[in-house]
Design a protein around this ligand. Structure first.
Ligand code: SAM
Length: 247
């Protein structure tokens, strides 16, 4: 049901190309031909933007084959088979050699493994000595005090949600230095929610009597309505982190 709702939308999470570019340009000392790993790439919106930004190579990994098939078709159409390859795999057990990546990129997907576990587990794939960077966007509280309705919603749906300060502490303990961070603008949420809202409307007409589907559609719509009401209280934050190694 989840994949029926999320099929054929350009993004599977909040984001926009402008923010992908903004984060990438913060990697001032990245090598010229980096090897980039995009974890939880989904339909690949940020993968495509990364391909515009770098002269390096990109491995785009996701668990869900239909997303990868679509991305593969786009890669072939655009003559980028030497530059981007897709891998069906699991972010809990990434099938790559230690110290093989210059940059790990993950937009809106690290919540699946958890911020801290992802940071700790993926670190070994990064090459050592400071030039190598991990970028993640992560659901983050923007204010200390929150209305109880939205606090309860995210505690139920993503209890790992924290403030940026708390996440910075976790990153430091996991062996990274925070290079920069910024909050995704609201427009980035609407790049995801607008097509999703249209799809919810379409599916309501398509599945009028199916209680389970209608419940799932109501839940999706509720998340969108809560964002309209409480967008000042939470957002997606890009954390630009650099692997630190003791001398
Ligand atoms: C919220 S979507 C974000 C996708 C994309 N980065 C974007 O912003 O459009 C999370 C993605 O993680 C993928 N995923 C879920 N569990 C996974 C796992 N264990 N390993 C790898 N990918 C996974 C899903 O298939 C989905 O494409």
């Amino acid at each position: 049901m989840f994949f029926e709702i999320h099929k054929d939308i350009p993004r599977e999470g909040p984001g926009n190309n402008e923010s992908t570019r903004r984060a990438f340009h913060m990697l001032t000392d990245l090598t010229v031909h980096p090897h980039v790993l995009d974890v939880g790439c989904g339909p690949g919106m940020q993968t495509k933007e990364l391909a515009n930004l770098t002269d390096g190579t990109i491995t785009a990994l996701d668990r869900h084959a239909p997303f990868l098939q679509k991305l593969d078709a786009w890669i072939a159409e655009n003559g980028l088979t030497k530059k981007i390859k897709t891998v069906q795999g699991d972010m809990f057990d990434l099938p790559f050699e230690e110290q093989s990546m210059d940059l790990i990129w993950s937009e809106g997907a690290i919540y699946i493994i958890g911020f801290e576990r992802g940071l700790r587990g993926w670190r070994k794939l990064l090459k050592p000595r400071g030039y190598l960077v991990l970028v993640v966007s992560e659901l983050t509280w923007l204010k200390e005090e929150r209305p109880s309705e939205i606090e309860a919603f995210w505690m139920e749906n993503y209890p790992g949600i924290k403030s940026a300060v708390a996440n910075e502490g976790i990153a430091e303990h996991a062996g990274y230095q925070l290079i920069n961070h910024f909050t995704l603008p609201e427009a980035g949420w609407w790049e995801y929610y607008r097509p999703l809202e249209q799809r919810v409307e379409m599916l309501r007409e398509q599945f009028p009597g199916q209680v389970n589907m209608l419940d799932a559609l109501d839940e999706t719509q509720r998340e969108i309505e809560l964002y309209k009401k409480y967008s000042a209280y939470y957002g997606y934050t890009f954390y630009i982190l650099q692997r630190q190694d003791r001398e």
